[in-house]
Write a protein that binds this ligand. Structure first.
Ligand code: ADP
Ligand code: MG
Length: 350
């Protein structure tokens, strides 16, 4: 399901030819003979869209089919909605037991722990117990009971999750821990889809999973994929930007649809792991980096850290940029990191 912050993709004017400036001849098919294809499938509770350039329809179908299969396999592995997923089987193991997991699950957990460390615990995949309470709050329209929150918080904390890189084992060190990969799995899957497409000879592609977008090489004759970010739903578009991405990714967090309104307050589906409470500040954070696994998790982290600390985290990472939009009853404002200029190609609509 697409969010209210519709992201849109408009490849810039097609330039034909396969001269020395273009890289499209490498695959053996001249760039001007590649055609554009688009495919969509629902996965991970959202719609995945793959846009790619291929010599013909059968090549496009075979490659996108394999990429979607990869996403489906990662979904089966990482979902917390299916008790039989590898992730949920891991969470049922007795605390303190080192459990060998598949390479991909280990990789995504290792990446999660790195972002947890970088963000001082703002990004934290051990938030499962509190996320469950907030999901219930959304259904029942009642705030979680303070005792239930306190109990859940005792099982939250990224340092309670231990990874051993040599044995590729995972240990949940306290009882009742629940891992939740909702803030990183889509980005991970978008990156993996591009890898599968490449294995099928497709080097010019864009994979979008609602707020997470990863691209490989640009459409033939173009410098990048043009992607719109920072559009505030049905609001005026003055804060929106068009960015140009080439072998890069962008994620947007802070979806206005994913919230619960209780006692006159809006609580986001993103929680502050330190308090166990859904965020109440209206932020929309877009992060650009090389890989979607990073942009997805960093966008969630910056949402929790807030503008000032979040921007500091972004500026400290080479090759990472961010656009942060703040909205309150009175006004809206945009803050951008210094490296956003590298990608920015003007206000949306231009
Ligand atoms: P979206 O799913 O809209 O792209 P995010 O990437 O920000 O949004 O992920 C939000 C999801 O991540 C939540 O639904 C929840 O499953 C999980 N989550 C919530 N808070 C955190 C947090 N502080 N750190 C890591 N994951 C979180
Ligand atoms: Mg995220």
């Amino acid at each position: 399901m697409f969010s209210r912050f519709q992201r849109w993709v408009v490849p810039v004017t097609l330039v034909l030819g396969c001269g020395p400036m273009l890289t499209g001849c490498r695959s053996g098919v001249p760039a001007q003979l590649l055609q554009r294809f688009e495919f969509q499938q629902p996965h991970m509770g959202t719609l995945f869209t793959i846009t790619l350039y291929a010599p013909d329809e059968s090549a496009a179908r075979a490659a996108s089919g394999a990429a979607f299969e990869k996403v489906a396999a990662l979904d089966r592995m990482m979902t917390d909605y299916d008790p039989e997923s590898e992730l949920m089987q891991l969470c049922r193991k007795p605390s303190g037991q080192a459990v060998r997991v598949s390479d991909e699950l280990f990789d995504v957990l290792q990446k999660s722990q790195r972002v947890a460390e970088l963000s001082d615990g703002a990004f934290d995949v051990t938030v499962g117990p509190v996320v469950r309470l907030w999901r219930r709050a959304r259904r029942t329209e009642m705030l979680p009971a303070p005792e239930a929150l306190a109990h859940a918080r005792a099982a939250v904390g990224w340092r309670k999750l231990k990874l051993d890189a040599r044995s590729r084992t995972v240990t949940l060190t306290v009882p009742d821990m629940q891992l939740d990969l909702g803030g990183i799995a889509k980005g991970f899957a978008a990156d993996k889809s591009l890898e599968v497409l490449k294995q099928h000879g497709i080097s010019r592609a864009l994979v979008a999973a609602s707020g997470d977008i990863a691209v490989s090489e640009p459409p033939p004759g173009q410098r990048g994929w043009r992607v719109g970010i920072g559009k505030l739903g049905g609001e005026k578009e003055e804060l929106a930007r068009n960015i140009l991405l080439n072998n890069a990714a962008v994620s947007t967090s802070g979806d206005a649809e994913q919230f619960v309104e209780l006692a006159g307050k809006r609580y986001s589906h993103i929680v502050d792991p330190r308090t166990g409470v859904g965020l109440t500040e209206r932020l929309q954070v877009s992060v650009i980096a090389r890989r979607a696994v990073d942009t997805d998790s960093l966008a969630t982290a910056v949402s929790v850290l807030g503008t000032e600390r979040g921007l500091k985290l972004i500026e400290a990472r080479p090759e990472v940029a961010a656009l942060i939009l703040r909205a309150d009853e009175m006004h809206r404002s945009a803050v951008e990191s210094s490296r956003l200029k590298k990608f920015n190609v003007g206000r949306a609509g231009q």
